[in-house]
Design a protein around this ligand. Structure first.
Ligand code: CUA
Length: 371
């Protein structure tokens, strides 16, 4: 019988899909590969995943093998062929109850011991408060009295080789914090605090993202962990906590527009266009809806860590945020190109790019694909 065109097409499509999946499995550039643990807490998870996977594979091969064996060995050979019936066999019933039960006890024992380890709160860990927002992450580094000394966003700076306890909560809906190479997922839930401990083995820029659907730009709620040598981290903390933006830019009156600096005009726009109502800049404004911008220029990325923090991306963002990031709570402010130039100049005075701690990954420079 000739093969129809439709079924040969379907077969080709299936083959191409399988090859693509196989090819993707061989990729070397996998920044969010959860099996490539880069710290002791993610390694703990891997130490669980691997034996359980091996066990599951053995069970799979054994059971599928039995099925294939039964199909071949006991297939009907004639019209009245009927294999021996074993329904109610005590021997078999006991075997297929006890063996799976023992396997489950083994897997359960392994799992429970790891769960308690991962849930521990270590006395010597550094503490950072993490607050999920639609669609960005707030990080508050506090002093011994609980006062926030550095309020960062989207990029979490941590010292290499040190336990860092993240105290997670949310300002709006449920989010889920997930830096795959450093830890598993932990929910950020409004009204309660969950804990996650991470530790990075080497200095690097670790990727992650929100892992709970939280609205239109859930996919754009990325996160970066910048793990630095202790001395670099201390420099970052020190410089950021000591940094006071030039709170001194005077309001530029309309008559002085021609002679004022771009930075001063930008600072004036920041106060007059409503930016300050949503964004805090220490010593200037207290807005708490969007990220604290005091150290904006110390960040390698912005807007949920989806854009490299360069002037082209910043200009596109200021022109029309919801077009860049669907659902963005930051509205389109209908700024003129001249106003965007001034605001960009002002934002560049907030923080020090030398503190970014890691080069921006190449793929980020262009931003996310546009719909
Ligand atoms: Cu936040 Cu998904």
């Amino acid at each position: 019988m000739p093969v129809s065109r439709g079924s040969s097409l379907r077969r080709s499509a299936a083959a191409v899909t399988c090859l693509a999946l196989l090819g993707a499995g061989c990729a070397s550039d996998t920044p969010q590969n959860t099996l490539n643990a880069q710290g002791p807490f993610s390694q703990t998870l891997n130490d669980l995943i691997r034996p359980v996977f091996v066990l599951a594979a053995v069970v799979f091969v054994f059971v599928e093998g039995l099925i294939v064996f039964a199909v071949l060995r006991f297939r009907r050979r004639s019209e009245d062929d009927r294999p021996e019936q074993i329904h109610g066999s005590t021997k078999f019933e006991l075997a297929w109850t006890i063996i799976p039960a023992l396997l489950l006890v083994l897997v359960g024992g392994l799992t429970v011991s790891k769960i308690f380890y991962l849930d521990r709160q270590f006395k010597d860990s550094m503490q950072v408060q993490v607050i999920g927002h639609q669609w960005w992450w707030e990080y508050n580094y506090k002093d011994a009295k609980g006062t926030t000394v550095v309020a960062a966003a989207n990029e979490l700076h941590i010292p290499v080789g040190r336990k860092v306890q993240l105290n997670l909560t949310s300002a709006d809906v449920i989010h889920n914090y997930w830096p795959p190479k450093l830890a598993g997922k932990v929910y950020a839930i409004p009204g309660r605090t969950n804990h996650m401990t991470i530790q990075a083995d080497k200095a690097d820029f670790y990727y992650g993202e929100c892992a709970e659907f939280c609205g239109l730009s859930h996919a754009n709620m990325r996160l970066r962990v910048v793990a630095q040598p202790q001395a670099d981290f201390d420099r970052w903390m020190q410089a950021n906590s000591a940094f006071t933006p030039a709170a001194t830019y005077p309001i530029v009156a309309a008559a002085d527009q021609a002679t004022a600096s771009e930075e001063a005009k930008g600072a004036t726009l920041f106060l007059q266009k409503g930016c300050s109502g949503c964004h805090a800049v220490n010593g200037v404004s207290r807005g708490a809806v969007g990220p604290n911008l005091t150290y904006f220029n110390s960040r390698a990325t912005f807007a949920g860590a989806i854009f490299a923090n360069d002037n082209d991306n910043l200009r596109s963002w200021l022109r029309d945020p919801p077009a860049e990031k669907p659902g963005s709570l930051m509205p389109k402010l209908n700024l003129s190109e001249a106003e965007i130039t001034s605001l960009t100049a002002y934002l560049r005075t907030l923080g020090d790019p030398a503190l970014r701690g890691a080069p921006v990954p190449a793929g980020l420079a262009a931003g996310p694909p546009q719909p």
